[in-house]
Write a protein that binds this ligand. Structure first.
Ligand code: KG4
Ligand code: ZN
Length: 355
């Protein structure tokens, strides 16, 4: 059973064909990084326009690479939310029209559930109950996942998402957008214990996250360390070249700033893993799933490994950690088996929740 999926919730136009929920036949991702980079974040109007340009060729390429014709599909899936409404509309509307034209049923998928299924797609199966940490530019959530993919929300960020914190700190320090991958590559050159950030104590639900205090602490550090010239030099580099090498960044980044970067990443990783491990204990989890763009972070992967947790920890490969459509096709597969189809009147839901 082959599913074509389309993902367009933020700044990636993606299409993929997955067979039987676990065999990846094709996955195409058109990134809009170069469009948004110079603005230091995603510009919703530009994102919708880029999706409109990319969606038809991206879907065509995914079908060609999978050597699949539309009538051979068992379903067409699309992300219905959460995300930018104008962006969601492009992928969803295209999926609806393909479904209408071919008679292939439509399946609506929650983007966050997609991130969780990126792991299932690669691992085949995980042990339930699982604790899922979904950590990206838009979300930082902890879910209990039970058999048949029943979800319970255990904690979430009260302010910024972890990826957003990476991006804001990256922008503040002059590393362009998105900041996460650059900070990840530079952190090994700094001392993660050089700057002590305080761990956010949460009133109420102790499994909630908060990253705004950390972001403000970095801002205060920058304000008190006379960094204007180095930040301006890095901004100039990014304006000239949207993908500088590590060596180019290092040449413009003094040791105290590398220490700051390493300490910031250490604090985010510590915050994520501490609350994820506490949640896993609470539900007697038999596995931990980490997914979403921030799951690419090598410091997070290394820390999860060295923590020697008493259950397996699953990360998707980097290409399936960031936004992609293969995860949407994988999440659609159990719905196809249950016959959970969407009507053509379904609408994009910017604030859709999973549980
Ligand atoms: O899942 P994703 O592609 O899109 C959303 O659904 O948000 O995640 C993008 C986020 C960005 O904030 C980006 O900075 C972050 O993931 N990210 C990383 C890394 N790679 C991507 N953060 C830390 N380390 C990385 N290696
Ligand atoms: Zn995402």
């Amino acid at each position: 059973m082959r599913i074509l999926a389309i993902e367009s919730s933020c700044d990636e136009t993606a299409a993929a064909v997955v067979e039987d929920g676990t065999t990846l036949l094709s996955s195409v991702v058109a990134s809009q990084m170069d469009t948004h980079g110079k603005y230091g974040g995603v510009v919703p109007e530009l994102a919708s326009r880029e999706h409109l340009r990319a969606v038809v060729p991206v879907v065509r390429e995914a079908l060609e690479r999978a050597q699949t014709k539309l009538p051979e599909l068992s379903a067409i899936a699309a992300t219905v939310g959460p995300g930018l409404v104008g962006s969601l509309l492009v992928g969803l509307t295209y999926a609806k029209s393909l479904s209408f034209a071919t008679g292939v049923p439509l399946i609506a998928v929650n983007h966050i559930e997609g991130h969780i299924h990126a792991v299932i797609l690669e691992a085949g199966a995980v042990e339930f109950p699982a604790l899922a940490l979904v950590v990206s530019g838009g979300h930082t959530h902890l879910f209990e996942v039970r058999e048949n993919f029943a979800y319970r929300l255990l904690g979430k960020t009260r302010d910024d998402a972890a990826g957003e914190a990476f991006d804001k700190v990256g922008k503040l320090l002059g590393f362009g957008y998105p900041g996460g991958p650059v900070i990840d590559r530079l952190a090994p050159y700094g001392n993660p214990r050089a700057v002590k950030f305080t761990f956010a104590r949460m009133k109420g639900n102790a499994l909630d996250f908060s990253f705004s205090g950390l972001k403000t602490a970095v801002l205060r550090w920058v304000e008190s360390h006379n960094m204007t010239a180095e930040i301006e030099a890095r901004r100039a580099l990014f304006r000239k070249n949207s993908r500088p090498s590590v060596e180019e960044w290092l040449a413009l980044t003094p040791q105290p700033t590398l220490d700051l970067v390493a300490s910031f990443q250490y604090a985010v990783v510590h915050e994520l893993l501490t609350r994820a491990a506490a949640s896993a204990d609470l539900i007697d989890a038999r596995s931990l799933i980490v997914s979403g763009g921030v799951a690419c972070n090598s410091g997070l992967r290394a820390a999860a490994e060295s923590a020697k947790l008493p259950y397996p920890v699953y990360f998707p490969t980097p290409g399936l950690s960031t936004d992609n459509a293969a995860m949407i096709a994988a999440a659609a597969f159990p719905k196809l088996r249950r016959g959970e189809f969407a009507g053509l009147d379904i609408i994009a839901q910017a604030n859709l929740t999973l549980a």
